[in-house]
Design a protein around this ligand. Structure first.
Ligand code: ATP
Ligand code: MG
Length: 180
């Protein structure tokens, strides 16, 4: 299973990097999608996935399968790099036509000298605190390709020993189109 995952990730990334990835965009109500994804994670492991949102509807235009892949990679990281925490938080907010998705964990954190390499393929932080945690170093490279394929931006803030927050900013999609 791990080998199959690695090969799939590798092929996904190759397709994206070469510009052969075609995205199938449709309007997506983010709170519904995130609730669905969180529920799937809920049974798999001990961390609770807690969603914070102020609106029942926040629409973006996205490829739903690729966007699931973004969430799955970021949630997977948030959980596996916070082995002694019991939950992660997902915040959905809208402001001036932009939607921000924040995925926050209370885990190991990212050392400053790793900052510029985080989205490079095969990069993994080599610290004694995470040498036992498996992975290939492709997850974040894929996430960045997908987010940029949606004209979004991704960034993170982190404090060693306290935790990390990854943020994605996307254009909000005006579903009605009738009010202006
Ligand atoms: P893969 O996702 O391909 O299975 P991976 O998780 O090691 O493997 P990435 O998701 O690309 O690869 O992450 C790269 C590295 O960044 C990780 O090895 C880890 O050290 C660090 N990292 C990623 N997310 C977090 C996080 N939320 N907290 C702490 N470190 C993180
Ligand atoms: Mg990962």
């Amino acid at each position: 299973q791990r080998l199959a995952n690695l090969i799939n990730d590798f092929l996904d990334l190759q397709r994206m990097e070469s510009g052969r990835q075609s995205y199938h965009f449709s309007p997506i109500n983010l709170p519904s999608l995130v609730a669905d994804i969180a529920e799937q994670w809920q049974d798999k492991q001990k961390h609770r996935v807690i969603i914070h949102q102020h609106a029942a509807e926040l629409w973006i235009r996205a490829d739903v399968n690729r966007f699931r892949q973004v969430f799955d990679n970021l949630i997977s990281n948030a959980i596996k790099y916070s082995p002694s925490a019991d939950h992660i938080d997902i915040h959905l907010t809208a402001h001036e036509g932009k939607i921000t998705i924040a995925i926050q964990d209370y885990g190991l954190g990212i050392p400053q000298d790793a900052n510029e390499h985080m989205f490079s393929k095969f990069f993994r932080v080599d610290n004694s605190d995470r040498r036992q945690i498996g992975g290939t170093g492709l997850g974040l490279a894929i996430v960045k390709e997908i987010v940029e394929g949606h004209r979004g931006q991704i960034s993170f803030t982190s404090e060693m020993g306290h935790g990390t927050t990854f943020r994605i900013v996307m254009d909000q999609y005006e579903i009605s189109g009738l009010d202006g």
